[in-house]
Design a protein around this ligand. Structure first.
Ligand SMILES: Nc1ncnc2c1ncn2[C@@H]1O[C@H](COP(=O)(O)OP(=O)(O)OP(=O)(O)O)[C@@H](O)[C@H]1O
Length: 223
């Protein structure tokens, strides 16, 4: 962990039901600046549901998520510029190029178009997509789309980076470089939370939390 280690994102008493079942039964979590945290747990344990709550994309039935000590909805439109998200399905705009997709969050944050262009190219190069920058998303493979989503999340230099299995579609070489790019965001102060089934990914993190039966506990696995 680097920086001052202050708590950036905090979940308190999160309860969520899906399909008539309580998936999260009172989850507490604190994510710190410069920290790399792995979220593990069996398939169906609620990792994706928890990430969507932490990102403010869904509301819990009870509990609260705080960014810098304030509820997510108190941050208004600035919230999206402070969080980088790599979720399943990626949420890329199919009829735009990879570069245009990566520029979008910067333009929304009123970064000058020329700077947005340069930063998007740099982020795409970081994930090995420099030569695909001008391709439409629909012309990219699944693994390339996943890396474009990682570039889009990193380009905003987020305070919080939430990523759901962000290397699941990568071959060994791209898995290593994509993971490096994500984890490296912590060295410049981002708080990074990765949901993963991969013990190699978990072992690269500073801390591991394990979700099972609706509850989160510190894991003895990882480093
Ligand atoms: N929209 C929904 N409607 C009904 N049930 C849902 C919905 N979304 C999620 N669930 C259920 O909530 C539980 C947690 O799902 P979630 O996708 O968070 O698991 P996960 O830990 O991310 O799994 P995986 O590791 O397989 O990605 C699962 O039992 C799932 O079936």
């Amino acid at each position: 962990m680097t920086e001052d280690g202050r708590t950036v994102l905090e979940a308190r008493g999160i309860r969520v039901s899906r399909g008539g079942t309580e998936v999260l039964r009172g989850v507490d979590l604190a994510l710190h600046a410069g920290e790399r945290l792995a979220l593990t747990g069996p398939s169906g344990s609620g990792k994706t549901v928890l990430l969507s709550i932490l990102a403010g994309l869904a509301a819990p039935s009870s509990g609260a998520v705080l960014l810098d000590g304030r509820p997510l909805d108190a941050h208004g439109p600035d919230l999206r510029a402070r969080m980088g998200l790599v979720f399943q399905g990626y949420g890329l705009v199919a009829l735009l190029t990879a570069a245009e997709n990566v520029e979008l969050p910067l333009l929304a944050a009123r970064v000058r178009p020329s700077e947005a262009r340069d930063r998007a190219q740099e982020a795409l190069a970081t994930v090995g997509l420099a030569d695909r920058a001008e391709h439409l998303v629909e012309e990219l493979s699944g693994g390339q789309q996943q890396r474009a989503a990682v570039a889009r999340a990193l380009v905003v230099r987020p305070d919080v980076l939430l990523a759901d299995e962000p290397t699941a579609e990568q071959d060994a070489g791209h898995r290593a470089s994509t993971l490096h790019a994500i984890l490296d965001a912590a060295s410049t102060g981002s708080a990074v939370l990765l949901a993963t089934h991969d013990p190699v990914v978990a072992a690269r993190c500073d801390r591991v939390v394990h979700l099972e039966a609706g509850l989160l506990r510190e894991s003895t696995h990882g480093c």
